[in-house]
Design a protein around this ligand. Structure first.
Ligand code: PHE
Length: 457
């Protein structure tokens, strides 16, 4: 064991890693975002493009990240620095790792706020607030939550406190123990809700909507959105997969586990669609309702369905679990970095990182409450801090990070070393390495340039 192996623990086995990494991948992205962007982009055809992006870009980049983590055995920036040194590549590659950690940190600063909404909804639904509620009442309870700074701060602090407490306990006693219970519970709840929804709601119409592609509805923006989302949903370029890869037991296959994680993440997103749309259609609601889909339309539907109070509460509990297993992943790289760099204990590191996040989360909190200082104006336009952080991470840092990671592993890592670790047949290796060298970076670049407006289709 090298020195660095000793700095950090490892997952106790391959299954623990798969659960933890699937927990990182499955989150608000799958249950909150995927259904509504699918709804906005016409359903079936969008789903096909999304699956294609996961396979062609998502899985190769995930393999590259886990490879870097497993080889470097440290937090992302240091892991990349070490791999770069090994192959005499430019030390600056390490900043691709550093940018990931920063992106993960920024994402968590607003992710914790939205996860806090889900916590609040567990209570509100369980208390029966939505029973027979009118659309105006449901909307006003959403507005009263998202415009109240004390409520948002309280729920965000709660989310962050629990996250810090779990991460402080360490890899096996904290993160691993938590995902061991939460992930199976999350899957089970999701299946119960999907079963309920399919039997009480419009199941046939949902299947038609999700799986019968109508390519006339597919716009170029939808294709770009599908690619961007495949990155976010797999937790790529945010330091997470590199960090979790650093804890991978030696004899675990990177390729097989990555496939499993991507498959599980995709299944959850699809089942979340099956859980949500039958209810949406049965109640004459709009599938393209946007970000409010699960916080505003679903409570309305639950309020009018048999056992809706109970099933609705289960739904939001599931959402909290899903978000929470992503939150611990998002904070982990910053904690590991503090342990390595400053030699602090995990408890101190988790507390420090959590406090920084709490401060940062206030920017998003006050963006939601509409505080004027949280709104920045320039030229004709204005954006609040939440929108800026969301834009900066999802549209700039994640794609750029993925781009550099694919190029780094594709071009700088010695082919034989990569082949030895990936253990693929020669044809599969050829495909994988060419995806990393050319195809993934090219696709990401096109999307990136399009998003920032340099290239317009
Ligand atoms: N993948 C998570 C989700 O789908 C979000 C996330 C992004 C988590 C990046 C970690 C890193 O909700």
């Amino acid at each position: 064991m090298s020195n660095t192996d000793k700095t950090h623990a490892q997952w106790s086995n391959r299954f623990a890693y798969i659960l933890a990494a699937t927990g990182a991948a499955v989150g608000l992205g799958n249950i909150w975002k995927f259904p509504y962007i699918m709804g906005e982009n016409g359903g079936g055809a969008f789903v096909l493009v999304y699956l294609f992006c996961i396979a062609i870009v998502g899985i190769p980049v995930m393999i590259a990240e886990v490879y870097l983590g497993k080889t470097g055995r440290q937090s992302p920036m240091r892991a990349l620095g070490q791999v770069a040194a090994k192959y005499a590549a430019a030390p600056a590659w390490k900043y691709a790792g550093g940018m990931g950690v920063l992106a993960g940190y920024l994402i968590l600063s607003f992710y914790a706020v939205i996860a806090g909404w889900a916590c609040a909804y567990v209570i509100e639904t369980a208390q029966g607030q939505f029973i027979n509620a009118t659309p105006a009442e449901v909307k006003s309870s959403f507005d009263s939550l998202t415009s109240s700074a004390p409520k948002l701060i309280a729920w965000t602090s709660f989310m962050l406190l629990v996250t810090v407490a779990v991460v402080a306990k360490g890899l096996q006693k904290g993160l691993e123990r938590c995902v061991r219970y939460m992930m199976p519970a999350m899957f089970l709840l999701l299946l119960i809700i999907a079963g309920y929804s399919a039997s009480y709601g419009e199941f046939a119409q949902t299947l038609q909507f999700m799986f019968a592609p109508d390519f006339s509805k597919l716009t170029i923006d939808a294709v770009l959105e599908a690619l961007g989302h495949s990155f976010f949903t797999l937790s790529l370029a945010s330091g997470v997969m590199i960090m979790y890869g650093a804890y991978l037991p030696n004899n675990t296959s990177i390729v097989k586990t990555s496939m499993w994680i991507a498959l599980a993440d995709t299944m959850v997103a699809l089942i979340a669609g099956i859980a949500i749309f039958p209810i949406v259609f049965a109640n004459g609601l709009e599938p393209s309702a946007g970000p409010g889909l699960i916080f505003q339309t679903l409570p309305l539907a639950f309020g009018h369905m048999p056992a809706g109070q109970f099933i609705g509460s289960l739904f939001f509990i599931m959402l909290v679990f899903a978000a929470f297993t992503s939150a611990i992943a998002l904070i982990e790289s910053s904690v590991a970095w503090l342990v390595e760099k400053k030699g602090f204990s995990r408890i101190t590191s988790a507390a420090l990182s959590g406090f920084g996040l709490w401060l940062l989360s206030l920017l998003s909190v006050f963006s939601f409450t509409g505080a004027s200082w949280a709104e920045l104006h320039w030229f004709e336009s204005s954006m609040n801090f939440f929108e800026i952080i969301d834009y900066l991470t999802a549209k700039i840092m994640l794609p750029l990070g993925g781009f550099f990671i694919a190029l780094f592993v594709g071009w700088c890592v010695k082919k034989q070393d990569l082949a030895m670790e990936l253990k693929l047949s020669s044809l599969m290796f050829l495909i994988c390495s060419n995806l990393l060298k050319f195809i993934s970076p090219l696709i990401i670049l096109i999307v990136f340039l399009n998003l920032i407006g340099v290239l317009k289709f």
